[in-house]
Write a protein that binds this ligand. Structure first.
Ligand code: AMP
Length: 393
């Protein structure tokens, strides 16, 4: 268990908080989705209410180590001031004159936002001197940016060498739901994996086979497994060089007594397009010129039987090419099943989170991770540098 801001005295102290303010913007710089800002508010409000001097930092986009007004945190400052009902001051640098002046004259309860940490190339290099200077602005470090916790950068990990370091409420929540579900799940524990490639998720599959009762595999990666079982998969996506590995994983599941479910029927398309002709066929009868684009209705029923009895479900990756409405059915149906399941439902970030939001069922899930890459690395069983650097309780 990691210490959180509740476990330390922040009163009167300067607290450097790494937030995830990497918000989407339109071409004019307007923020198109404020959820990441809203998500950071509980931690910031707690610090304000406990008389801390709060110094916020974040990256935005990929300015590649150079100052670029396009990636300024100015729009974030404006939105955050609105959310907090309080004026947030923006420094026009990270560790320069402006940052030093603004942070040295702070009163208790005040909030200062530093400029985009990626305006300095040393941030992503986790440069020790840069980390030290950034840390010198404050007395305590709080990491609340789960989305970048898998990166060892100055503001996500490096600063912790110089300051007492704890987590904010967002990271606390991620660790509770991802960590508890993975390491201490109420059973039956079912994981659903989808997405395009087996190669991206080999380590995840390997790790999950040690933990789950049932592993459901859908999406493009299912076809490599179907082929490994000797089926003809037509023009479906397949990683030929991963066929042996798929066979091994199937064997491993058997030896671990993990039920591994693959599609029994699929929706095939005549080509990879939104307007392709489509039909449902048995997974063992995919015609040569067609490609598997989604799981079929019988498969949805099979998955449903297992999911209805599950007590913990983790989902990462779509069941088909859900960007095309015609092939989004399987993914949408799985989202609906999870929404009404009597289980703790944890959704990995990225595509599965987007799919759940698209069908308007986000608030029916127990937890939707704010970090795509970070949650995947967590599922792989990897140590995340941005979490590892925080103090244990
Ligand atoms: P990933 O980034 O590995 O999670 O993969 C997500 C992508 O997988 C999405 O863009 C989907 O369109 C794609 N995908 C899912 N099912 C299939 C499929 N049957 N064939 C090709 N691509 C797929």
């Amino acid at each position: 268990m990691k210490k959180t801001i509740r476990d330390i005295d922040v009163s009167g102290k300067k607290v450097l908080v790494r937030c995830d303010f990497n918000v989407p913007q339109d071409e004019n710089g307007n923020i198109t989705d404020t959820r990441r800002i809203v998500g950071a508010v509980p931690t910031i409000k707690y610090l304000i209410e406990h008389n801390a001097k709060t110094i916020l930092c974040s990256h935005l986009g990929r300015p590649k180590g150079e100052v670029n007004p396009k990636y300024s945190l100015k729009p974030v400052q404006e939105e955050l001031s609105k959310e907090l009902g309080k004026d947030v001051k923006l420094a026009n640098d990270i560790i320069g004159e402006s940052a030093k002046t603004l942070t040295s004259n702070m009163k208790d309860g005040e909030v200062v936002l530093l400029e985009n940490v990626r305006f300095d190339k040393r941030e992503e290099e986790n440069d020790r001197e840069f980390s030290k200077e950034l840390a010198s602005l404050a007395e305590i470090y709080v990491n609340d940016a789960f989305g970048t916790a898998h990166r060892a950068h100055s503001s996500t990990a490096g600063v912790s060498e110089f300051l007492p370091s704890v987590s904010g409420f967002l990271i606390e929540k991620e660790l509770k739901f991802l960590g508890d579900s993975l390491n201490n799940p109420e059973r039956p524990f079912v994981a659903i994996l989808g997405g395009k490639k087996v190669s991206d998720k080999i380590t995840v599959i390997n790790n999950l086979l040690e933990k789950v009762d049932t592993l459901i595999i859908g999406g493009g990666m299912a076809y490599t497994f179907l082929k490994a079982q000797g089926m003809n998969i037509g023009k479906s996506v397949c990683e030929e060089d991963k066929l042996d590995l798929a066979k091994e994983l199937l064997k491993k599941a058997e030896s671990k007594n993990v039920k591994l479910l693959l599609p029994v029927d699929v929706v095939v398309g005549s080509e990879f397009s939104e307007t392709a002709e489509s039909k449902v066929v048995k997974a063992s009868e995919i015609p040569d010129d067609w490609m598997g684009m989604d799981i079929g209705p019988e498969t949805v029923e099979e998955f449903k039987k297992v999911l209805e009895n599950a007590k913990t479900v983790m989902w990462n990756g779509p069941m088909g090419v859900f960007e095309f409405e015609k092939f989004a059915c399987g993914t949408n149906e799985v989202a609906k099943i999870l929404a009404s399941a009597n289980a703790t439902t944890v959704i990995g970030g990225g595509d599965s989170a987007a799919a759940v939001e698209k069908v308007g069922l986000a608030d029916k899930m127990t937890h939707i991770s704010t970090g795509g890459g970070a949650s995947l690395e967590f599922l792989e069983g990897k140590v995340l540098p941005g979490i590892d650097c925080l103090e244990d309780k």
